[in-house]
Design a protein around this ligand. Sequence first.
Ligand SMILES: Cc1cc2nc3c(=O)[nH]c(=O)nc-3n(C[C@H](O)[C@H](O)[C@H](O)COP(=O)(O)OP(=O)(O)OC[C@H]3O[C@@H](n4cnc5c(N)ncnc54)[C@H](O)[C@@H]3O)c2cc1C
Length: 392
Amino acid sequence: MRAIVIGAGIGGLAATLSLRRAGHEVVLVEQSPRFTEAGAGIQLAPNATRVLRGLGRLDAVAAQAAPPGELSFRRWSDGAEICRYTLGREVDAEFGAPYLQLHRADLQQALAAAVPPGSVRLGTRVVRIEQDDRSAHVTTAGGERLTADLVVAADGIRSAARQWLFGADAAVFSRTAAYRALLPAEQVADLDLPDTGIWLGPGRHFVHYRVRRGELLNVVAVFGTDTARESWTELAEPDEALRAFEGWEPRVVRVLERAGRMYRWGIHTRAPLARWGCGRVTLLGDSAHAMVPFQAQGAAQALLDAAVLGDCLRGAGPADVPEALDRYARRRLAGATEMQARSARAGDEFHLADGPEAEARDARMAAHAAEQRFLPVAAAWAADVVDEPGAP
Ligand SMILES: Cc1cc2nc3c(=O)[nH]c(=O)nc-3n(C[C@H](O)[C@H](O)[C@H](O)COP(=O)(O)OP(=O)(O)OC[C@H]3O[C@@H](n4cnc5c(N)ncnc54)[C@H](O)[C@@H]3O)c2cc1C
């Protein structure tokens, strides 16, 4: 069969590879003139890296990752450790795949390298999707009409396809935003930072981890706000992040000082849907289930979507498409929706004001880490792992 995938983000690239591995021809249509991922980090839990292995891309991705070691949760004011989880080799042993921390562009490149250049249409914006009983059609801004047996809309949080399928429903502002920066790891070598750190404080949290084989430090500083602007490329005011994190443990303040002027990203989500598609057209990734990033699972869920999509369409013919896409959504919808809710709850917990509730949280986390060694979300990784695209 022939499929059209809209959007060359992590979801669309993975869907393209997964559908190709399922034996189908794919045209990947991306509005940007080149593959563009933000200069920022991304964490991939084993549910995601197992999918990468199934797509034949785990080695290429892992070669660019930093060894993650341990994750240390700390208190905002004095840096006292709340608890510590392993992200290292034990994760691989327990869950059959590694935990990786990467530069987004490295992940995108590793996926894009496996898509034949002839299958990609860059600089091509889709302006309409239509379908009839036998096929689906995509119209581009240039007026071209492409026809396929199915269309996968991996067009991100601002998905136009979602609107065409289900009517207008705007992205929802989470009342949080993130300052972010990448800086050379050597610039913070004297600070004795944990491998991966998350400092929790009232209305804010601060995250750092290393990417690009350990050469760069990725910094994300999340804060509550009423200002909803969303952009990977908008700069914060000079010293804005420093002012927001005034009084935090000196190492946090030092990192923010050295990060210089940071980017500012208003965090949005999408309300859960009861269905992801209609007939021969389906959503995938953020277009279906954008979530706050506090479990680092948005892209992981998009990768799982891609794996299950390929699995549902393996051996399918044109007449089977509506039923196969329905099966794909039914297999993925509950897990992705639960991860949306879980991510939102994590934000609330991370941002508790000092006092008995925060102390109870810290005690809970310490007890859990002492017993489990793996992040609480590990249970979810284990539950929704898809072994290989193609597995039943
Ligand atoms: C601060 C932050 C940190 C995060 N950290 C993590 C993390 O550590 N781990 C994790 O798993 N997830 C993380 N996420 C979530 C993750 O970034 C997203 O879930 C993921 O990138 C979504 O991928 P996607 O392919 O669905 O959408 P996108 O990456 O948004 O891709 C959509 C693509 O579609 C294209 N497009 C849109 N409309 C059209 C059109 N009409 N025609 C043609 N092309 C079109 C766009 O140009 C774009 O390339 C984080 C998110 C944020 C905001």
